[in-house]
Design a protein around this ligand. Structure first.
Ligand code: ZN
Length: 119
């Protein structure tokens, strides 16, 4: 009888995964995860369903973004912070009071008639 000898378990490198962001909004998590991946940072999502419908009132079950390599944690946090700060200051789209054209939020004047954004 042959005793099958299992090869020694290949020792997995202990991944120093680190949570860099958690939020109850799955859509935001998915968005930020995409930005991080585009930046070349390998990530892992936990508790993420891809659905933005259910809000779980338990912080430990919020969708979370982890970086697979601890070394990326600071960079990832910076990218996330930059994004969040940017979207907080991003101005909403507006309607021109002069010609009633819809104008993108980043424009300070109407693209159509050059009227200034109302304050
Ligand atoms: Zn206008």
């Amino acid at each position: 009888m042959q005793v099958s000898t299992l090869p020694p378990l290949i020792s997995m490198p202990v991944l120093a995964m680190q949570q860099v962001f958690t939020h109850h909004d799955s859509a935001l998590i998915g968005l930020l995860d995409g930005i991080l991946k585009e930046s070349g940072i390998p990530t892992l999502l936990k508790n993420w369903t891809g659905s933005n419908i259910v809000e779980i009132p338990i912080p430990s079950l919020y969708p979370s973004i982890f970086v697979l390599d601890n070394a990326h944690a600071a960079e990832a946090r910076e990218i996330i912070e930059t994004y969040l700060n940017h979207s907080e200051t991003a101005r909403p789209d507006w309607d021109c009071p002069n010609c009633h054209s819809p104008v993108d939020g980043y424009l300070g004047e109407c693209w159509s008639c050059q009227a200034l954004r109302p304050t």
